[in-house]
Design a protein around this ligand. Structure first.
Ligand code: GLY
Length: 574
């Protein structure tokens, strides 16, 4: 019922935009969810316990990084499909006192025994069973290293790691009733979880049915793991008994992670990628995340079109957006990979000059078939499922964090005796040039598997700056769609003047070059859809699933918006 009201109001909003009444008039919030307003600190995240834990840290004088660490550990307990210890991600941090933004790359790496043939069958063809459903798919878990690094380097110093993990320990030990979000995702993952007794023990009833809404999820092994990390720090995870348990479970399932792989894992601090759009600074995640590069590339292409006066849901605006998306994803397939292994022509891809060349390919009246689109000329210079949260604190710091196990519940395999799920992130490599991953993303040489290499990601935690200060903190889960989701939140706010909650809730579109189709969420006027089809766009009505929990910093306070596409999401502030 609530959903149909939302769809009806979204349709109304879209119609208003299509009639050219967008922009200034959209100051009227037309549909749920209501934004949350606060003066000092704000968290917008995917799950209410975790949001409230982070908020307590902020209220007690912690900074955004302290809160992010507490939220991320809590989500590993309360949102087991994506919150994690056994996966990895990216954290963008704005430090107000230094007026500096840094990017923490805690993406998983391929174990040393992974090579170009690892995900191929006997005929040399990509074998998705290996890269998605086997223990070979497990990348070296990176989350614990990433969170520990974030706290050590950028935390306020007021909280120890143990203090920030304590709420997660209590939740895992005492148990939490299964809520709507997990009740929705668990049945879909039940078959994959049932393959591993250590997973079934936690998430399934003795008769094999998934835990239902209201039933208690108790995770005692996870509590013990968290207690060990709290007591001994990340070393316990990478060198101690937890490392041994990871290796034991993975190798028993024919995976290849070794104790050395774990010992050698390092989270990395990188410089973010930077662009501009209509006077705003766009600061986002660099490779091996692809989101930052391509959000900036698409914005650069779109900057030349008068999208604001064309309106948010008009045929013209959507046409230009779709065509720009296709061009950027064609580039992604060829150029992007782990910068520690391949040279990624980042500066060229995010330059205004390159965008002008790419824009020249766009026909304003006709959809260009994907077969007519190739990656651009960016010569190398010589020489299902993820969790995002946004935080702003009382000191003006900001964190955008996205982390993942890849699929919902990752590989589905819990580390025996340690209680946490492992990722199947290595499917994000291109098993061989031209192969597609589970999200249909094509990859090439730059993203070939190699020992110690990080698979390319679409994760895009982003901070938009206005007059040098954080203005919009955003990001999203959604696999290949993350890039276009974050793009649309930015456009909705900056270009179309939508209030934040509307910008997050508004219907989305997505094109990733291949397959050659546009995913369209419900709520876009039929007349616009027909007009797009007449231009040659192939439309498919499907949710552009994501959850862009975002925060807007305004002179009157902080505005938080949790994305309702994720059941149970919550923004809260003080
Ligand atoms: N595993 C999805 C991504 O990182 O893009």
């Amino acid at each position: 019922m609530l959903r149909s009201i939302r769809i009806a109001t979204l349709a109304l909003f879209a119609l208003a935009c299509a009639l050219g009444q967008a922009a200034a008039q959209t100051a009227q919030p037309l549909f749920a969810p209501r934004p949350v307003v606060a003066q000092h600190g704000m968290i917008a995240g995917p799950e209410r316990h975790a949001t409230m834990i982070g908020l307590e840290i902020l209220k007690n004088g912690g900074n955004a990084v302290d809160a992010a660490v507490a939220v991320a550990f809590a989500l590993a307990v309360t949102q087991p499909d994506a919150g994690n210890l056994g996966g990895g991600g990216f954290m963008l941090v704005y430090l107000a006192d230094r007026n500096e933004t840094i990017a923490i790359d805690y993406r998983e790496t391929a174990p040393a025994a992974i090579n170009r043939a690892s995900f191929l069958d006997a005929r040399g063809d990509p074998d998705p069973e290996k890269s998605r459903n086997s223990a070979l798919a497990v990348g070296v878990p990176a989350t614990v290293a990433g969170l520990a690094l974030a706290l050590e380097k950028y935390g306020s110093g007021k909280f120890t790691l143990a203090q920030l993990i304590a709420p997660a320990i209590a939740l895992s030990k005492n148990g939490i009733p299964i809520e709507a979000d997990v009740a929705e995702t668990l049945p879909r993952a039940a078959e994959r979880l049932a393959r591993w007794p250590a997973s079934a023990k936690i998430f399934l009833n003795p008769d094999g049915t998934p835990l239902r809404r209201g039933e208690l999820l108790v995770q005692t092994d996870l509590a013990a793991t968290l207690e060990l990390i709290a007591r001994e720090g990340p070393r316990a995870f990478y060198e101690g008994s937890i490392a041994e348990k990871i290796v034991h479970s993975v190798r028993a399932a024919n995976g290849v992670i070794t104790l050395d792989d774990l010992k050698n894992y390092r989270a990395v601090v990188r410089a973010p990628v930077r662009g501009t759009y209509r006077g705003f600074d766009i600061v986002s995640m660099p490779p091996p995340a692809s989101g930052g590069v391509h959000i900036i590339e698409i914005l650069n292409m779109l900057e030349a079109y008068p999208l604001r006066s064309l309106g948010a849901y008009t045929t013209e605006t959507l046409h230009f957006m779709i065509e720009a998306m296709k061009l950027a994803y064609a580039d992604r397939a060829v150029f992007l990979g782990d910068p520690d292994f391949v040279t990624v022509p980042v500066e060229r891809l995010i330059s205004k000059a390159y965008a002008a060349e790419r824009r020249a390919i766009i026909d304003p009246a006709r959809a260009k078939p994907a077969t007519e689109i190739r990656a651009g000329d960016a010569p190398l210079p010589e020489g299902k499922h993820t969790a995002h949260f946004s935080i702003v604190d009382q000191y003006g710091n900001a964190v955008a964090n996205t982390y993942t196990l890849n699929f919902n519940y990752g590989l589905g395999m819990v580390v025996d005796g340690a209680g946490f799920l492992l990722n199947n992130e290595l499917d994000d490599f291109a098993a061989k040039p031209g192969a597609v991953n589970a999200f249909g993303l094509l990859g090439a040489e730059a993203n070939a598997p190699a020992p110690g290499k990080r698979p390319l990601s679409s994760m895009s935690p982003t901070i938009v700056f206005k007059d040098g200060k954080p203005f919009l903190v955003t990001g999203s889960p959604g696999g290949s769609r993350i890039i276009t989701i974050v793009l649309q939140v930015i456009l909705n706010v900056i270009e179309h003047g939508m209030p934040l909650a509307d910008a997050v809730a508004a219907p989305r579109i997505h094109h990733q070059w291949l397959p050659d189709e546009v995913a369209i969420e419900e709520g876009i006027p039929l007349a616009v859809l027909r007009a797009l089809e007449a231009r040659g766009h192939k439309l498919v009505q499907r949710p552009v699933t994501g959850a862009a929990h975002s925060i807007l910093v305004t002179p009157n306070g902080l505005i938080g918006a949790a994305d309702e596409r994720r059941l149970g999401a919550l923004a809260a502030g003080h």
